[in-house]
Design a protein around this ligand. Structure first.
Ligand code: UD1
Length: 430
């Protein structure tokens, strides 16, 4: 039993350093096995999803040397098994990146269908469409995505919907395909660009990542590289919103401010002060927040992975705000939990109508998924009294040392593993 217990009402002050982006790290680790030479990856976030993927990579025969928490060396020359299936890999979304990587390198693989956070139906038809267009045969049965291609041929692929996963997956397979692949209506997220840069540093020929047309000329093989993953814009945004909600003055370091533009814009609209530096942002908040409207959109729009955190902020802003979720269909499962903390939110279809309340009150709540879990932590930090969050295994999938980093900023939060520890914390803070 792991829980976060939080005594709210303390503003946050100081400096917090952001780690590498989880959603860049996962495809980069998968892509690292596309060469037989040793690849070194730095600025790796030490989070559960990353560790599960590393285990899966090791299980199929690749050598994984964890140099330290944030650095790993991977050698994919020893891969002997092209079937990736275990109870853990089935729980993470990013398992699908092994399809593109292994199909590109070996022209064949079978990977357990991805799990991940329950935020709506999460089809992988566009991944399939891309691989089929390149000449592969795909069979989805017995819980496995099985794909095989005698020849993997570059082609034109139009993605009907902007998809980060499909863009990256097709880009990986195309890096080792024969001829030129063009992906139209590609996702433009910073992590798409990071994966393209990583593959290019291994000798791939990918142009246009970061725009909606990506052109890939297949090469015969990839080579070793040393690469450092970009900072996590969602981790950074989460701390920025924590300061906004709890009040305080914090410098968030090791970030690329450009990647945070949508987040920053909404914080300013909500009444916070944000200063940008070369690789840091400073957020100042007196805790008095104003209403605003936000709609999630593919990058450079407001990220869906910041939507629950935004709603938590607006839940204690003056007036009526709206949050429209346009990417995933079921991403408001945290609203019931927040209601237990005193929020006044009504969900109609994909819009949350939020009537701001003066403050949250501590309660016992469940983290319904990764980002919603982080949002509940923010609510707990801003709330009056003690909040206990269950099911924090979701949060641990994507945040490294969340409790430690928040404590360093003056937040009263602890990860407890027993009722005794929980009671000890409550005694200490009361
Ligand atoms: C990734 C991220 C997730 C983030 C999301 C959007 C990882 C491991 N996860 O998820 O944190 O919230 O991007 O930024 O990196 N779609 C289809 N068919 C497909 C694929 C997607 O219809 O084959 C739809 C999805 O249902 C969704 C939209 O496209 O409505 C975007 O999904 P996508 O960008 O692919 O998200 P994920 O890769 O699942």
């Amino acid at each position: 039993m792991e829980q976060y217990v939080i005594k709210g009402g303390n503003p946050l002050y100081g400096e917090v350093e952001i780690g590498g982006a989880k959603n860049a790290a996962l495809p980069i680790l998968a892509a690292a096995i596309m060469t037989d030479e040793t690849v070194t990856i730095e600025n790796l976030p030490n989070v559960r999803d990353v560790n599960v993927l590393l285990q899966a990579i090791e299980q199929i025969g690749a050598r994984v040397e964890r140099v330290n928490e944030h650095k790993v060396k991977i050698n994919g020359s020893f891969i002997r098994d092209l079937t990736v299936d275990n109870e853990f890999i089935r729980k993470i979304r990013a398992s699908y990146y092994l399809i593109g990587a292994l199909l590109g390198k070996y022209r064949k693989t079978a990977v357990a269908l991805p799990g991940g956070c329950d935020i709506g139906s999460r089809p992988i038809d566009l991944h399939k469409k891309g691989f089929c267009a390149m000449g592969a045969n795909v069979d989805i049965s017995h819980g496995l995505f099985q794909v095989e291609a005698e020849h993997l041929i570059g082609t034109h692929i139009y993605l009907d919907k902007v998809s980060v996963g499909a863009t990256i997956n097709i880009m990986m397979a195309a890096a080792l395909a024969e001829g030129k692949t063009v992906i139209e209506n590609a996702a433009k997220e910073p992590h798409v660009v990071d994966v393209a840069n990583f593959l290019n540093s291994m000798g791939a020929n990918i142009r246009g990542a970061g725009t909606d047309v990506i052109r890939i000329v297949g090469v015969q093989k990839l080579h070793k590289t040393e690469y450092s993953i970009i900072p996590d814009q969602i981790e950074a945004g989460t701390y920025m919103f924590a300061v906004a909600a709890a009040g305080g003055d914090v410098i968030v370091t090791n970030v690329i401010p450009k990647h945070l533009e949508a987040t920053t814009a909404k914080l300013i609209e909500a009444g916070c002060e944000v200063e940008e530096f070369d690789d840091a942002v400073r957020v100042i908040s007196n805790g008095k927040l104003r209403r605003t409207q936000v709609t999630t959109l593919p990058y450079p729009g407001f990220p869906t992975d910041m939507q629950p955190q935004m709603a938590v902020l607006l839940g204690i802003a003056e007036g009526t705000s709206t949050v429209t979720e346009s990417i995933f269909e079921n991403r408001f499962r945290y609203v019931d939990e927040l209601t237990r903390m005193g929020a006044n939110i009504k969900v109609e279809s994909n819009i949350a109508i939020i009537n701001g309340v003066p403050k949250y009150t501590g309660a016992r709540v469940n983290a319904p998924d990764l980002r919603a879990g982080a949002a509940l932590v923010i609510a707990g930090l801003a709330a009056e009294g003690v909040t206990v969050i269950d099911d924090i295994h979701y949060i641990l999938r994507g945040y490294e040392n969340l409790d430690v980093k928040l404590r360093e900023l003056g937040g009263k939060i602890e990860l407890v593993t027993s009722e005794k520890e929980l009671q000890k914390f409550i005694l200490k803070v009361s």
